[in-house]
Design a protein around this ligand. Structure first.
Ligand code: ITT
Ligand code: NA
Length: 180
């Protein structure tokens, strides 16, 4: 089975490829920009992104819309995660968290799958953790250096361990179980 993964993010692509290849699903990356709705949650963004790209490419596609939801910041940056990472970065996020003792955060990934002319379907995966007090680790990407899972950041545990527990793996697991 072959599915096109529409993303401009090489790190997401690497993780998705590694996870799905173990399930004999071949992934091809296509960097096609699609309209991202302004919504409070990620599901509608993935839903419309999958529909839009499947119809344009005329192939079965997946998209991944993800983000980090910080409890003390009322869920921010959530659907604005890409913007915040690009324009503010981890140091400024840590600064916003300076006086906060409640450090809980949730990483969420929504995989949208769509076949041309069909309705899309979305699969949500979550992992709970804490915002660290400083960036730690060399692996991963994006918010990984500040997201602590069981005492270590996602950047410290590396791809292999991350892919066993991540929000993305949990969403993809629902997806390939549904495919079967
Ligand atoms: P697309 O082309 O797939 O949309 P993107 O990087 O713009 O790529 P999103 O719109 O889903 O992706 O934005 C998600 C943001 O959250 C982005 O800044 C990512 O770097 C970050 N992010 C997503 N998954 C992550 C993960 O597993 N670890 C760390 N940061 C992550
Ligand atoms: Na994006």
């Amino acid at each position: 089975r072959k599915i096109v993964f529409v993303t401009g993010n090489e790190d997401k692509y690497r993780e998705v490829k590694e996870i799905l290849e173990k399930k004999d699903i071949k992934i091809i990356q296509k960097d096609l920009e699609y309209p991202e709705l302004q919504e409070d949650d990620l599901e509608p963004i993935a839903y419309y992104g999958a529909k839009w790209t499947a119809d344009r490419l005329n192939m079965p596609v997946i998209v991944d819309d993800s983000g980090i939801f910080i409890e003390a910041l009322n869920g921010f940056p959530g659907p604005y995660s890409a913007f915040v990472e690009k324009h503010l970065g981890n140091q400024k996020v840590l600064k916003l968290m300076d006086d906060e003792t409640v450090r809980d955060a949730t990483f969420k990934s929504v995989i949208g799958y769509c076949e041309p002319e069909n309705e899309p379907i979305v699969f949500t995966g979550k992992v709970e953790g804490k915002i660290a007090y400083s960036e730690r680790g060399e692996g991963g990407f994006g918010f990984d250096p500040i997201f602590e899972y069981q005492g270590k950041t996602f950047a410290e545990i590396g791809d292999y361990e991350k892919n066993k527990v991540s929000h993305r793996m949990r969403a993809l697991e629902k997806f390939y179980e549904w495919l079967d």
